[in-house]
Design a protein around this ligand. Structure first.
Ligand code: HEC
Ligand code: HEC
Length: 215
């Protein structure tokens, strides 16, 4: 458990830093009009599912329902800054005002649909063990330390409960190529980097299968 203590300290430091950034950003003056907000949300839902539950098109679109607002705002900003590499979400996010980002994050937090399910199979019992106990011999701390016992996350730590398992698989397998892409501006993705790196393919499948079915 050597590494996990270090990661936790880093997690707390980085997360509190990201938190204050998000709060700073959301101190806007202008309110968002209900019509503008509704139009935007309807647009998000064309890809992320009518209840924000996620959607499988030619690739998996992540669940946003019940997501932690701070995490969601941080990701929108990461797409805009190209710290997180995704051309589709860059186009979506770069036109949003900070007020709109905050309002969208609050709306998605309120949604609570059942998990979409239907992802590839994985060893759910093994996934539950990894989530709750980590993998000490690979220096992997319990996911529950940061993502909470019920996998609903907190603040800058994302909710994983009900997330599409194939989306999570892709993110964890490609962490270094997609997240933390501006080395001069490190972000919270650095906390997950060693964990994503140390998980094997079958461990990722197991833990993704486990959390994807949690309500
Ligand atoms: C054209 C389809 C499309 C639209 C419209 C769209 N998204 Fe996305 N969104 C995606 C895809 C694809 C991803 C996954 C990116 C990746 O794999 O890294 C994503 C990822 C995200 C993420 C990261 C989620 C996570 O768990 O890290 C957030 C936050 C997000 N979108 C918010 C929004 C919001 C808010 C809107 C509406 C303003 C929106 N999206 C509209 C396709 C879309
Ligand atoms: C030390 C704290 C910590 C631990 C332990 C941890 N995570 Fe994370 N995780 C994070 C943070 C912080 C983020 C958000 C990174 C960002 O903002 O870019 C994250 C993001 C993720 C994401 C991306 C979510 C999305 O919607 O794109 C997945 C998937 C994930 N973690 C899975 C896991 C799994 C599985 C474990 C256990 C094997 C785990 N995490 C353990 C801190 C942690």
């Amino acid at each position: 458990m050597r590494i996990s203590k270090v990661s936790l300290v880093a997690a707390v430091l980085l997360a509190s830093c990201a938190t204050s950034q998000a709060q700073e950003k959301s101190k806007g003056k202008a309110d968002v009009s209900p019509a503008e907000l509704k139009a935007k949300i309807d647009y998000c839902k064309t890809c992320h599912g009518l209840q924000g539950q996620g959607f499988r098109g030619s690739y998996p679109m992540p669940r946003l329902a019940g997501q932690q607002p701070e995490y969601l705002e941080n990701q929108l900003q990461a797409f805009i800054d190209r710290r997180r590499n995704n051309p589709v979400m860059f186009n979506v996010a770069h036109v949003l005002t900070p007020q709109l980002e905050k309002a969208l994050a609050e709306q998605f937090r309120e949604l609570n649909p059942k998990p979409l399910g239907g992802g590839p199979a994985g060893d759910v019992a093994e996934g539950k063990r990894i989530f709750g106990e980590g993998i000490p011999k690979s220096d992997i701390p319990p996911c529950a330390y940061c993502h909470a016992d019920d996998a609903k996350g907190r603040d800058a730590f994302p909710r994983l409960a009900g997330q599409l398992s194939d989306y999570m698989y892709r993110k964890l397998a490609n962490w270094d190529k997609e997240r933390g892409q501006d080395k001069s501006n490190p972000d919270n993705s650095a906390i997950m980097q060693p964990i994503a790196h140390n998980l094997t393919e079958s461990q990722i499948k197991a833990v993704a299968a486990y959390v994807s079915q949690l309500e």
